[in-house]
Design a protein around this ligand. Structure first.
Ligand code: APR
Length: 230
């Protein structure tokens, strides 16, 4: 039977595709403060600005290409059951070839109705503006989990993490909860790997091997090692 590898990724895995990380930029995110564009309060105060911000991010993500780290993770599927859990809202894992991707914090290319949250639409790289509505007339908003909002996918993610034979963490500062707590649900005996040029947030984690490297280099190396073990 194939072993299960669970991979938790953050902004660092997409950094070398040209998508800015969140906390690497002095509290500003592409020139915006996170509170203004990634909270329900920000949305109520200035929905136009929030829509514009995500329109730009959506366009940037559509132009970006998967990098060697995304592609290496897809290669792992040759020998393992692989489940990617990502905090990223881009679709670079999918375009890099991964087939099981759970988005904890939403998806840039999707929008949903503010009045009927079950109405979710795929809009590709298109922009939305005030006045763009669902079929029932409710304003559309980004299908993104903002700070202060529930993370509906977390229970599924916890179940997945608790069944990992091998767990890999790539490019996340591990400061945003509940995502950062996932590693603590992984079985104690399971080998764990961390790929990140800056190490933190992994105190007390058992069986941990650290690749203190950028994703393209560290993930490629790790994937070669894991494929060599089967
Ligand atoms: N390769 C690997 N890791 C990298 C690279 C790289 N080339 N460049 C930077 N990193 C690492 C940084 O060292 C840091 O640990 O990526 C991490 C990025 O951390 P954050 O910017 O905090 O991003 P992330 O952990 O994904 O943020 C979590 O916070 O803003 C919210 O909802 C948003 O999903 C996001 C969540």
């Amino acid at each position: 039977m194939k072993k299960t590898i669970v991979v938790l990724t953050g902004a660092g895995v997409s950094a070398e595709s040209g998508i800015a990380t969140f906390r690497g930029s002095g509290g500003l995110w592409n020139g915006y403060s996170i509170e203004d564009v990634a909270t329900p309060q920000g949305w109520h105060a200035n929905p136009e600005m929030v829509l514009e911000f995500y329109n730009e991010r959506r366009k940037d993500a559509a132009k970006a290409e998967p990098n060697a780290a995304h592609r290496a993770l897809a290669k792992l599927e040759k020998a393992y059951d692989v489940q990617v859990i990502t905090q990223n809202v881009d679709d670079l894992h999918e375009r890099g070839g991964s087939t099981n991707v759970l988005h904890l914090h939403g998806i840039l290319r999707q929008v949903r109705s503010t009045t009927h949250p079950n109405l979710v639409y795929d809009i590709g790289d298109k922009a939305i503006k005030l006045g763009d509505t669902c079929e029932k007339g409710g304003q559309l908003r980004p299908h993104i989990v903002w700070f202060g909002e529930a993370v509906p996918m977390i229970e599924r993610a916890v179940r997945i993490a608790s069944k990992a034979d091998i767990f890999i963490v790539i490019g996340t500062s591990l400061v945003v909860y509940p995502a950062a707590s996932l590693i603590h649900y992984v079985p104690k005996f399971a080998p764990k790997y961390l790929v990140d040029p800056n190490i933190g947030g992994v105190d007390g984690v058992s069986n941990l091997t650290i690749f203190q490297k950028k994703a393209t280099e560290g993930v490629t190396e790790l994937v070669d090692k894991l494929l060599g073990e089967v």
